[in-house]
Ligand binder design. Structure first.
Ligand code: SF4
Length: 326
């Protein structure tokens, strides 16, 4: 690990001004960043420690839930208002990482964590995301955990955040502060597909800091669930995951939101699958149609083709939460 500078400002404006400088990035819990720097997969000249900023509050009002960017994963997962009004968030967080990591890791950092592609994390490998133009060995190599949707010949890495999938299903909005002031970004517009610039992963501008996440409340949020399939029961990333929010009335789907992890190069919302269910009874036939709509256009590789079938089964399993499918 190379030597780096370190500053811990007490106010957001100073943090933003410092972090906008080239070679500089934020650190909060450090649970991903410091591993990347130690392993040589990321290199920064200066870290701006934001732990002194007053951004850790979790509040709720008539509009919904407001989670500070520095709130910790465990803090949010165990909050009673989150568990009852936004269960998909609590379930996604509790299915993430280890208890120790959940104590340290911040919500903003969780949303901006880097991919778990093994080539990306190995500085001895080529990787277009880490070294633009160097190639993508995953396309023809070890790609069991990689994406079947949203990829390009230049990168097929999945985004690893369970929380981002859950927030996407709830139409959450991220509040950011940058050198040009504050703005809001829907979670669905926060992440980029790789195209021919896989090193550009999100739509944040230099120096922008996630200050909070706003999550609309209501019947859909209250009826939300997260289902994650992984290779072992804990401290493991999703092979596939489903965030589902369903509002049934009179036996029919009044409204539905479906987002998926482990299958896309970004947290993956499927309007096509939602359209296949909206207004219908939640039958096995309808859910199967939704599953087929979800994976239409999938581009599986040698080792990850099983995800196309698995995610459809995961969707069926997740929707069983709303009663036995007929
Ligand atoms: Fe790098 Fe993306 Fe290819 Fe992985 S899939 S090696 S992150 S370019």
């Amino acid at each position: 690990m190379r030597a780096f500078g370190y500053t811990a400002p007490a106010d957001p404006a100073t943090a933003v001004r410092l972090a906008a400088q080239p070679g500089t990035t934020y650190v909060a819990g450090g649970t991903d960043l410091l591993n990347l720097m130690r392993d040589g997969a990321e290199d920064h000249e200066h870290l701006v420690d934001i732990n002194r900023l007053d951004l850790a509050a979790v509040t709720a009002d008539d509009a919904g839930l407001h989670v500070g960017g520095l709130a910790r994963m465990r803090q949010v997962a165990e909050d009673r208002r989150v568990r009852t009004g936004f269960p998909v968030l609590s379930q996604a967080l509790l299915a993430s990482a280890s208890p120790q990591v959940r104590i340290m890791a911040s919500i903003g950092g969780n949303l901006l964590q880097r991919t778990r592609c093994g080539y990306f994390r190995d500085p001895g490998s080529a990787c277009n995301k880490r070294v633009p133009g160097s190639g993508c060995p995953a396309v023809e190599g070890q790609n069991r955990m990689h994406a079947v949707l949203g990829g390009s010949p230049h990168c097929i890495a999945t985004h690893p955040s369970d929380l981002a999938v859950a927030l996407l299903a709830l139409d959450a909005v991220v509040r950011v502060l940058g050198p040009d002031g504050a703005r809001q970004i829907p979670v669905g517009e926060l992440y980029r597909e790789p195209g021919d610039t896989p090193h550009l992963e999100n739509t944040l501008r230099p120096g922008e800091l996630i200050t909070a996440v706003d999550v609309p409340g209501g019947p859909l949020a209250q009826r939300s669930r997260y289902r994650k399939l992984r290779d072992r029961a804990t401290f493991e990333f999703a092979v596939v995951s489903v965030a589902a929010a369903v509002h049934l009335r009179g036996g029919r789907v009044r409204d539905v939101r479906l987002a998926f992890g482990g299958i896309g190069t970004r947290p993956w919302r499927s309007p096509e699958a939602e359209d296949a269910l909206r207004g219908r009874a939640l039958t096995a036939v309808a859910v199967a149609e939704a599953g087929r709509a979800l994976v239409r256009g999938a581009q599986p590789r040698q080792h990850n083709a099983f995800k196309v079938e698995l995610v459809q089964r995961a969707l069926t399993g997740a929707l069983h939460e709303w009663g036995a499918l007929r």
